[in-house]
Ligand binder design. Structure first.
Ligand code: NAG
Ligand code: NAG
Length: 266
């Protein structure tokens, strides 16, 4: 058997093994390989769409729930983002990731010299990002008949998970991994349950800031949860170094944290 067909056969086996299973575990997280979702354009917004297997027991249990995947600055071009969206579909949820950057995602780490982070963020503030997410939510409701939406966001996208469980925004539960630029007002405005996966080393969500976030969540009235993963850095829930067992485990746990959160609230 050629290496590729062997890989395909192994992949097919792994996929099938989960269609009749109610529980999720780390084996459904795909770190490498080929994304299996499709790209479509609606209302001038590119969407990466990952659908659960038709025979998935978990998908049949919640046919009107879906996940909106809000990326980091690398956008839906990044294979790890597509693969993680595929993993949510493997967990039984229709998953849609909109292009938040209108074909202008960051091409390298925003901390490297030469990338003008402030200019990038200025071009992609809430006034342009909110309408893209609202359009994707509308697409899920009108085209797919979705009634409950979980938002999973990473770095840049994490803040928007919180924004979209605000009053009348259309989200039902939020999960954010290592959110950047999450404001106090945005935390105080949430009306749906919200969970955070935090990295041990994160200049955007320092221990001091994390304590403030927890205090604000504690003053609210909705369920919340914050988990901290040792040995991880900002970005780990998507871009972990999977050769490092602690980072790999942290990424998989953050994924399962999100799935269990959505299982509970969607
Ligand atoms: C980055 O962009 C801002 C405005 O968007 C500009 O003022 C600044 O000079 C730029 N910095 C560099 C290093 O190009
Ligand atoms: C990834 O982790 C492995 C194992 O800890 C390490 O040898 C390697 O240098 C790491 N790669 C990067 C890019 O940090």
């Amino acid at each position: 058997m050629h290496a590729l067909s062997l890989a395909t056969a192994l992949f097919a086996t792994a996929t099938l093994a989960h269609t009749d299973c109610k529980s999720v575990d780390a084996s459904i997280v795909r770190h490498t390989g080929y994304p299996v979702g499709v790209e479509e354009t609606h209302s001038n917004i590119r969407l990466y769409i990952a659908k659960p297997d038709a025979s998935s027991v978990r998908a049949k249990e919640k046919p009107t729930s879906a996940i909106l995947y809000l990326t980091d600055v690398f956008g839906i071009e990044l294979a790890e983002n597509r693969l993680l969206a595929d993993s949510f579909a493997r967990a039984g949820y229709l998953t849609v990731a909109p292009d938040l950057f209108n074909n202008e995602h960051a091409t390298g780490d925003i901390n490297v010299p030469g990338f003008n982070t402030s200019a990038f963020l200025a071009r992609h503030g809430p006034e342009v990002t909110d309408p893209i997410i609202a359009s994707a939510i509308n697409h899920l409701r009108t085209v797919y008949g979705i009634k409950k939406i979980g938002l999973t966001g990473y770095c840049f996208g994490g803040r928007y998970s919180f924004r979209f469980v605000g009053e009348g925004k259309g989200g039902d539960a939020a999960f954010a991994a290592h959110p950047s630029l999450l404001g106090n007002d945005e935390i105080q405005a949430i009306k749906g349950p919200a969970a955070i996966a935090a990295a041990e080393t994160d200049g955007m969500l320092t221990p001091a800031r994390k304590s403030e976030v927890e205090a604000l969540l504690g003053k609210g009235t909705v369920p919340w949860s914050v988990s901290l993963y040792s040995g991880t850095n900002h970005g780990f829930a998507v871009r972990a170094n999977i050769s490092d067992p602690e980072q790999k485990w942290g990424k998989e746990e953050a994924f399962l944290q999100a799935v269990r959160w959505f299982d509970r609230f969607l």
